[in-house]
Write a protein that binds this ligand. Structure first.
Ligand code: ADP
Ligand code: ASP
Ligand code: MG
Length: 423
């Protein structure tokens, strides 16, 4: 008997009909004799609506009350899912985050799970009950409801899977796996049968929203076997195993690198839109100056992404360029203008919104030189200008004008031979 965690995202529980369909997937696993925990998101569009209400109520609102409002979407789906399961003759019970409990820190709106008590879920599963747990939420040390940041139900599912020592965590969504790039942007994107945790982590953090970044981190650390698959599939199809007993789909298995035989140089292309870039010119080139620039930004909770500092000719002054989300652009300028009045010395500050970060990711880059060079060539051939470049062991990212984002993704996807072959 295996223990399976099944997570259903927003479109997979968008209405009662979709919930009934999801329940057929759950029934298949129950009929196979598995112990099952279901983790649900809010119905699609619901969380956006709730966030909108909180903003309309007051632009600057109490983060604890924001969480009280936006966590409610998942409670509705958990209850509905339990009702539909019971209606299908499957014993089921819903659990809100605080009832499990899913303990988190008190960083409201972006809380981290610190502990999940598995006993209650294990007992109920042992009694043959399907536990339906609300995703996206937990409870703080102060006994208040917290939420885990947008897309956080993926992380709830992986954390529950780790806590109950599940054999698998299946993420049911509206695409049938992880693709070489967002299949909604590039119709020629190809589904990957397997992807390593490292590559998935890079792809998620570089813009592929199919899994929340934190969920991949957690799965990697806790060795949770993750499968991304579509809830729109025929629920009666029993997952097949290969002759050696390994997973044979449907969907994409996210696993250790050594489980992947053929290592691609480039496995995927990602796009993160709405990036703003800011340049400080004539910054005094002294020890500690970078801390003077980025310290105040960090204190203001602004997440800085790409950073480039020029080597100065005379050793006295330098230019620093970095990116922040578009939404943090004005705030960042204000913070640095204020810092300029005290410790930080620079000549001028400038910047603009509307850039996109395009990245290519692949573990094969570790052992192959020249990926960055070929990427620049492929973009140059399309006349796309590169504003900034960063690289790490398994990825190369460039910042370009957002207007060319789709063109760049398509061009790179074709260039690295990732396009699906025509039938
Ligand atoms: P859910 O509501 O089920 O959590 P999300 O909307 O959060 O679903 O994530 C699924 C979406 O992620 C897909 O519809 C797809 O457009 C997008 N996506 C982005 N990059 C990728 C990728 N590389 N592979 C698959 N899907 C991707
Ligand atoms: N409902 C939450 C959101 O829309 C969490 C999730 O769906 O993963 O962000
Ligand atoms: Mg999601």
């Amino acid at each position: 008997m295996a223990t399976i965690v099944m997570k259903f995202g927003g479109t997979s529980v968008a209405n009662i009909e979709r919930i009934r369909h999801a329940v057929r997937h759950v029934k298949r696993e129950v009929d196979l004799g598995n112990r099952v925990c279901v983790v649900v998101s809010a119905m699609s569009g619901k969380t956006n609506q709730l966030v909108g209400y909180a903003r309309e109520a007051a632009t600057l609102h109490d983060a604890r009350e924001y969480d009280a409002v936006v966590a409610s979407g998942e409670q509705v789906t958990a209850g509905l899912m339990a009702i539909v399961l019971q209606d299908a003759g499957i014993p089921a019970r819903s659990f809100a985050g605080w009832q499990v409990p899913i303990e988190t820190n008190d960083a409201h709106g972006a809380a981290r799970i610190t502990n999940i008590e598995p006993d209650l879920l294990n007992q109920r599963m042992d009694d043959g009950v399907v536990c339906v747990v609300t995703g996206f939420q937990g409870i703080s040390p102060q006994n208040r409801i917290t939420t885990l940041g947008r897309g956080g139900s993926d992380t709830s599912a992986v954390a529950v899977a780790a806590a109950v020592k599940a054999d698998r965590c299946d993420i049911y969504t509206d695409v049938d796996g992880v693709y070489t790039t967002d299949p909604r942007i590039v119709p020629k994107a190809r589904r990957l049968e397997r992807i390593s945790f490292e590559e998935m982590l890079e792809m998620a953090s570089l813009g592929a929203k199919v899994l929340q970044t934190r969920s991949v981190e957690l799965a990697m650390a806790q060795k949770v076997r993750l499968v991304v698959r579509s809830s729109f599939d025929d629920p009666e199809t029993v997952p097949s195993l290969k002759e050696d007993g390994s997973w044979n789909g449907p969907g994409t298995l996210v696993c250790d690198e050594d489980e992947i035989m053929e290592k691609q140089i480039v496995s995927g292309v990602t796009c993160a839109r709405a990036e703003a870039k800011i340049t400080l010119r004539g910054v005094k080139d002294n020890p500690g100056v970078a801390a003077d620039v980025f310290g105040p930004l960090a204190d203001a909770q602004i997440v800085v992404d790409m950073i480039v500092q020029n080597v100065s000719d005379d050793g006295r002054e330098t230019d620093i360029t970095f990116t922040v989300p578009d939404t943090e652009y004005e705030k960042s300028l204000n913070v640095l203008t204020e810092a300029g009045k005290s410790t930080l010395e620079y000549d001028s500050i400038s910047g603009s919104k509307g850039s996109a970060k395009i990245s290519v990711v692949g573990v094969g880059m570790r052992s192959h030189a020249g990926v960055a060079a070929s990427m620049f060539k492929a973009l140059a051939d399309k006349g796309i200008n590169i504003q900034l470049i960063t690289t790490s062991e398994i990825k190369t990212s460039v910042l370009i004008d957002e207007e060319y984002a789709e063109l760049a993704v398509r061009a790179l996807h074709t260039y690295y031979g990732l396009d699906v072959e025509e039938a």
